[in-house]
Design a protein around this ligand. Structure first.
Ligand code: TRP
Length: 360
């Protein structure tokens, strides 16, 4: 069986370092591993509209931002198909048929939907489209026969629900859809990077993000203002490492070689953490080190972005070509689905013969 990746992001803002360590970096590694037959990376604009119906301009503006973030991280259109969800009508058609296989109470139990409803204050006024987006996400994944879906931890409930739809479909209509495997980051700190304010999640609406496209000065300012252990008032005080965002970021970003380059007092992160816990290590020193580590990671991304920004029509061309290719793949799956569901009337010579016999 082919090894196929599908994943994507909603274009509701620029991508940040949480997206990067949670999924983007891994995608680029997977792309370059050469182990996959096909890689589809989707800008999920239709999904973004499920809770931004009154703000299509926001979605429209952010398509290019996300595409630039993808390309600058190293996703290569020669190896990965980058495309826009709304340009693939087959995805909507698949969603409509999958809706028959999912109950309202199952959707209500989806933990991500549940917490997003709370966060957005939707309660009973939840748009039907938003409520059913896990089904549309199952269409995204299955349309490309994805075997591997690299995502952040918050997407786990979507994958579970997708697998249920696959099983249900295959048991009712016969083996048709591919059961996808989720791929989470193996570094625990990367699963969910907190915001610079220490809040559980980096999110645009909380204003606590470091963006991939931030200038070096902005990144530095944000890191130097980061929330740390609030009880670590004087340098000599023992500090807390667990749950301290500065150390969580170091867990996510730093490698031993960074110490040689930027902070030779220590040989590895554990030594630095031990010193912080004992007392005698100030937050400013740790933050300066973190800044150097993150700047090193972001610099090539920033430079590639500048290059792509010079030719925006080319970026749209990449998306258009990718969407064309993606549509062909989705159309093939849709026709298999329709055949399995017995709604391929005009291709079914046996059906036509049988019906004519009945009326002879
Ligand atoms: N829900 C994802 C997000 O919020 C975007 C997405 C849409 C997606 N369809 C997908 C991710 C299919 C993985 C697979 O970023």
């Amino acid at each position: 069986m082919s090894k196929i990746i599908l994943t994507g992001d909603r274009p509701t803002g620029k991508l940040h370092v949480g997206h990067y360590v949670g999924s983007l970096k891994r995608r680029v590694e997977l792309q370059n591993s050469g182990e996959f037959d096909e890689i589809y990376i989707m800008i999920a604009d239709a999904q973004a509209l499920t809770d931004n119906a009154d703000n299509p301009e926001k979605v429209r503006q952010n398509i290019i931002e996300v595409a630039l973030d993808y390309l600058s991280c190293g996703l290569d259109p020669a190896k990965s198909t980058l495309f826009i969800q709304s340009q693939i009508p087959e995805l909507t058609e698949l969603s409509f048929y999958y809706m028959n296989l999912v109950t309202v109470s199952r959707l209500q139990r989806n933990p991500t939907v549940k917490s997003e409803i709370q966060m957005r204050g939707f309660q009973a006024s939840i748009p039907v489209g938003f409520f059913t987006y896990p089904i549309s996400q199952a269409a995204d994944i299955t349309a490309f026969k994805a075997t591997t879906v690299p995502v952040g931890e918050d997407q786990l409930p979507m994958l579970e629900q997708c697998k249920e739809i696959v099983h249900k479909f295959n048991s009712v209509y016969g083996e048709t859809l591919v059961d996808p495997a989720v791929l989470l980051p193996d570094n625990k700190a990367c699963l969910r990077l907190p915001g610079i304010d220490g809040k559980a999640k980096m999110s645009k609406s909380l204003g606590n993000c470091i963006y991939l496209s931030d200038t070096p000065e902005d990144v530095k300012k944000k890191i130097m203002s980061m929330f740390t252990d609030p009880n670590h008032l004087r340098v000599q005080d023992p500090g807390q490492v667990e749950g301290n965002p500065v150390f969580i970021y170091l867990d996510a970003f730093c490698r031993d070689e960074h110490f040689e380059r930027y902070c030779p007092d220590y040989s590895c992160l554990q030594e630095m953490k031990d010193h912080y816990s004992r007392g005698g290590l100030g937050d400013v020193k740790v933050k300066k080190f973190l800044n150097q580590v993150i700047q090193e990671e972001l610099e090539p991304i920033r430079n590639r972005r500048k290059e792509f920004e010079k030719d925006i029509p080319e970026v749209y061309r990449i998306l258009r070509e990718g969407s064309k290719k993606a549509e062909a793949a989705a159309a093939k799956t849709l026709s298999e689905v329709k055949q399995a569901m017995k709604i391929d009337y005009f291709n079914d010579a046996a059906l036509i013969a049988e019906q004519s016999k009945k009326y002879q």
